[in-house]
Design a protein around this ligand. Structure first.
Ligand SMILES: Nc1ncnc2c1ncn2[C@@H]1O[C@H](COP(=O)(O)OP(=O)(O)OP(=O)(O)O)[C@@H](O)[C@H]1O
Length: 308
């Protein structure tokens, strides 16, 4: 998708909230948008999500899009499962598949017990889980998240982190705004800042600079492939764009932001022929001394054997 010369103002005489925004929204990418309160981040996300139209300029090449708004409309006459199934159908899923994914996402977010609760009676946290689930279950090409982590409990925030990585690994684009500067730290492919109505790239935006090299937890995967199974030339296509280096005994070391580690493991284990995973450990920060520390509780467990 592309934005060319996009501007937005509210009312014919209103001030321009956004001006001359040019933006490439490539597939298989995670983009972070930053900016001070009222700078126009939500305005930009609504344009990206396609629920608002530019006052000037063009948006072309839109993929199938899903959006988690800053505020979720709770006053709809549905149960949680009923709402998700309904949204799934709107996204083109058949009824039984929509219902299956509704159940699956409520379970992933630990909200299965509220499947038959009416939206208006849900707690704020569960309501936010439903807001996020409705966007994820569509497996959209473009996922737009406006402060989507706000109100989620820790477990649900981690589920969302992983779901974002899965979308990107599957070739989708995720654009997000979040007040926590550490959100998906190190995983974003690009960071932009909205300031004075302009969208600045990381080079122009000063404090927003720093993409994949930003600090954040990283995971080191030591793996052994069958000869020629995944040539190094294919490496940039791997989830998380891992740093790749030779390891001991003919193994390969792949280092990725922790949020992409599950997706990378899945890609290695399902490659044809599959890779053997020798070890999965927390990686040291980019400029630290070499060496590894024990894998944390929520990081993936080591696999000793290839999948059948
Ligand atoms: N529907 C609207 N009608 C009129 N003005 C609006 C509307 N939506 C946003 N604005 C104005 O546009 C400007 C940018 O708002 P926007 O919500 O996009 O900023 P933001 O960066 O997302 O802010 P925050 O971080 O506080 O959520 C603000 O001055 C806001 O008052």
């Amino acid at each position: 998708m592309r934005l060319d010369g996009v501007g937005r103002r509210y009312g014919v005489r209103g001030p321009w909230v956004l001006r001359e925004v040019d933006l490439d929204v490539p597939p298989r990418a995670l983009l972070r948008i930053e900016g001070t309160n009222g700078s126009g981040k939500s305005t930009l996300l609504r344009l990206l999500a396609g629920i608002d139209r530019p006052s000037t300029g063009r948006i072309t090449g839109r993929p199938r899009t899903a959006y988690v708004p800053e505020r979720f409309p709770v006053a709809l006459p549905f149960t949680a499962a009923g709402y998700l199934t309904h949204l799934g159908r709107i996204h083109g899923l058949h009824g039984p598949e929509a219902a299956r994914r509704a159940t699956e996402w409520l379970e992933r977010f630990g909200a299965a017990g509220h499947a038959h609760t009416r939206l208006a009676e849900l707690s704020k946290g569960t309501s936010q889980k439903v807001a996020v689930a409705q966007a994820l279950l569509a497996e959209p090409g473009l996922l737009v998240l406006d402060e989507a982590w706000t109100g989620l409990d820790r477990g649900a925030r981690e589920v969302l982190d992983r779901a974002v990585a899965e979308r990107v690994a599957d070739g989708g684009t995720v654009v997000f705004v979040d007040h926590d500067p550490q959100r998906l730290a190190g995983a974003a492919d690009a960071r932009y800042r909205v300031a004075d109505g302009r969208l600045l790239t990381q080079e122009e935006g000063g404090p927003a600079a720093g993409a994949r090299t930003a600090a954040g937890p990283r995971v080191l995967i030591e793996a052994e492939g069958a000869p020629g199974s995944l040539p190094p030339a294919g490496a940039p296509q791997l989830p998380g764009g891992p740093e790749i280096a030779p390891g001991p005994d003919g193994t390969t070391r792949l280092t990725v932001p922790a949020v992409h580690s599950d997706a990378l493991l899945r890609a290695l284990l399902t490659a044809r022929p599959p890779w053997h995973i020798r070890a999965v450990t927390a990686a040291p920060p980019p400029h630290d001394a070499p060496g590894t520390v024990p894998v944390t509780d929520d990081a993936p467990a080591p696999h000793e054997a290839p999948l059948p």
